[in-house]
Design a protein around this ligand. Structure first.
Ligand SMILES: *Cc1c(COP(=O)(O)O)cnc(C)c1O
Length: 426
C-alpha cells in the first residue's frame, strides 16, 4: 500500500516498540547489544545476519530515522551520521581515493566549498568547481579520474535551482554517480532521485530537525547505480579484505552503498549520530510538510515585498517571476522554491551590516532551516574563507545578505525588515 508524504513523515520506519508497546519511538540509549549466542555474534560480525552489535555502527532509534529519510527520499536505504559535513565525507569516501576528483558546483554552502577546496586535499582528493548552469563545462570537467558529481538541489546561498535532469544526464553518460545535497529543499519540496541522483545527502541539522536543536546528517542511496559496470568503484565492486573478500555490490545489490557506509564508513570513520539527536530529528520530521508549506508561503511574501522596496537592489528568490531560475521551480521543486535567498541592499557592505544589526525578530546566526527567521552577511562569515571570485561565483558578494525565512507571521517579518532597512538607509 502506498501512502502520502504527510503519512510517511509520521509513520515510515516506526512501529510500536516490540518490548513495551511504546507508541513513540524509544531513545535506545545503549552502546551495545547482547548476542543470543556465539554463532549469532559471528554471523553479525560476518555481515551474514543484520542486527545490532555496537552503536557506533547501528542503533534502533537511528535505524528508524534512517528508514524514514530513505522512504521520504524514495531511496533504497539511508545512513545517518553526526553532521551534514560528515555526510559529505561519508558519501565520497567509498568512491574516492588519492588522485581522484569530484566535479562540484560553485554554488554550495560556504562550509562545503571550504571542505572541498582545502580539507579533502589531505586525503589526496580534489574538487573541480564548475558553474552548473554551464552544462558543457560540467561535461568537460569530468575526466578519467572523476568519481562523483556534486551539487545542491536548491543551492546556497541564493536559493538557485539546479537543473538536476540535465546534470544527471551528463553524469549518467559518463558512468559517474551524481550526489545531490537536498538540505535546503528537503524531500518535501524536491526528490533528487526522481531527477536522476544516485545519492542524496542531508544536513538534518536544518529543516528536517527544523528548530535548531541538534546536528546530524544523512546519506540516502537510490540503489540505482551499477557499481560493477566499470572498475572505477573497487570499494563497492571488488573483494573487501576486512570482510574476508566479500564484494558489497554482488552481495547486497541495491543496498551495497548503504551496507558499505555502515560496515566500513561508520565502523572506521566513526562519524556516528547519537540516538538523542535521532529522536529530536524524528520529532522534527513529523511536521516537515506543515512547516515547509509555511516556510515557502512566508518566503514568497517577504521576497516579493523586498523586491518592491526602493532600498533593495535585488532579491534572488527563485519563487519570484523575475528570477532566472523561476522556470525550474515547476520542474524541480513544484511545491515551492524553499525559504532561502539573498538580498543585495543599496548602500553595499555598510548598509548590510546596519540591516543585520537593526533586526529584532531575525537572528544573526550561521544557520538556516530553523522555525526562526535568520540572517547572515555571508561574505564576512559563512563564505569568509572564500576568495572574492569564489564569493561572487557563489552569489555571496560583500553587498549581499542571506536570509532564511522562518514560520513566524509574515507581516511581522516584513515590519521588522522595514524598520531595520530604515535604520540602514538613515
Ligand atoms: C548546513 C549545511 C551543510 C553542513 O551541515 P552541518 O550539519 O552543519 O555539518 C551542508 N550543506 C548544506 C546545504 C547546509 O545547509
Amino acid at each position: 500500500m502506498s501512502h502520502g508524504f504527510d503519512t510517511l513523515q509520521i509513520h515510515a520506519g516506526a512501529r510500536p516498540d516490540p518490548a513495551t508497546g511504546a507508541r513513540q519511538t524509544p531513545i535506545y540509549q545503549t552502546t551495545a547489544y547482547v548476542f543470543r549466542d556465539a554463532d549469532h555474534a559471528a554471523a553479525l560480525f560476518n555481515l551474514q545476519e543484520v542486527g545490532y552489535i555496537y552503536s557506533r555502527l547501528t542503533n534502533p532509534t537511528v535505524a528508524v530515522l534512517q528508514e524514514r529519510i530513505a522512504t521520504l527520499e524514495g531511496g533504497q536505504g539511508a545512513v545517518c551520521c553526526s553532521s551534514g559535513h560528515a555526510a559529505q565525507i561519508m558519501a565520497l569516501f567509498p568512491l574516492m581515493g588519492p588522485g581522484l576528483n569530484v566535479v562540484a558546483s560553485t554554488r554550495l554552502y560556504g562550509g562545503t566549498v571550504t571542505q572541498f577546496a582545502h580539507t579533502i586535499k589531505r586525503f589526496g582528493w580534489e574538487a573541480k568547481f564548475v558553474d552548473f548552469d554551464d552544462e558543457a563545462a560540467v561535461a568537460a570537467a569530468i575526466d578519467d579520474n572523476t568519481r562523483a558529481v556534486f551539487c545542491e538541489s536548491i543551492a546556497n546561498p541564493g536559493g538557485y535551482i539546479t537543473d538536476l535532469d540535465a546534470i544527471s544526464a551528463i553524469s549518467d553518460k559518463a558512468g559517474i554517480p551524481l550526489i545531490v545535497d537536498n538540505t535546503s529543499a528537503t524531500p518535501y519540496l524536491c526528490n533528487p532521485i526522481k531527477h536522476g541522483a544516485t545519492l542524496v545527502v542531508h544536513s538534518t541539522t536544518k529543516y528536517l530537525t527544523g528548530n535548531g536543536t541538534v546536528m546530524g546528517g544523512a546519506i540516502v542511496d537510490s540503489g540505482n547505480f551499477d557499481w560493477s559496470a566499470s572498475d572505477k568503484f573497487p570499494s563497492l565492486s571488488a573483494p573487501e579484505p576486512a570482510y574476508h573478500g566479500l564484494k558489497f555490490h554482488e552481495t547486497f545489490g541495491p543496498l551495497a552503498f548503504t551496507f558499505h557506509s555502515i560496515a566500513i564508513g561508520l565502523r572506521d570513520l566513526g562519524m556516528t549520530l547519537n540516538p538523542q539527536a535521532a529522536h529530536y530529528t524524528l520529532m522534527g520530521i513529523e511536521t516537515l510538510s506543515l512547516r515547509m508549506d509555511r516556510h515557502v508561503a512566508n518566503a514568497q511574501k517577504v521576497a516579493a515585498w523586498l523586491e518592491a522596496d526602493d532600498r533593495i537592489e535585488a532579491v534572488t528568490y527563485a519563487g519570484l517571476p523575475s528570477s532566472p531560475y523561476h522556470d525550474r521551480v515547476a520542474q524541480i521543486c513544484p511545491k515551492g522554491a524553499g525559504a532561502l535567498f539573498t538580498v543585495s541592499v543599496k548602500g553595499g557592505y555598510e548598509a548590510c551590516v546596519k540591516l543585520v544589526e537593526g533586526l529584532e525578530i531575525f537572528s544573526h546566526v550561521a544557520n538556516l532551516g530553523d522555525t526562526r527567521s535568520l540572517i547572515i552577511h555571508s561574505a564576512s562569515t559563512t563564505h569568509r574563507q572564500l576568495t572574492a571570485e569564489q564569493q561572487e561565483a557563489a552569489g555571496a558578494g560583500p553587498s549581499v545578505v542571506r536570509i532564511s525565512i522562518g514560520t513566524e507571521d509574515a507581516d511581522d517579518l516584513i515590519a521588522d525588515l522595514d524598520q531595520a532597512l530604515a535604520q540602514a538607509a538613515g
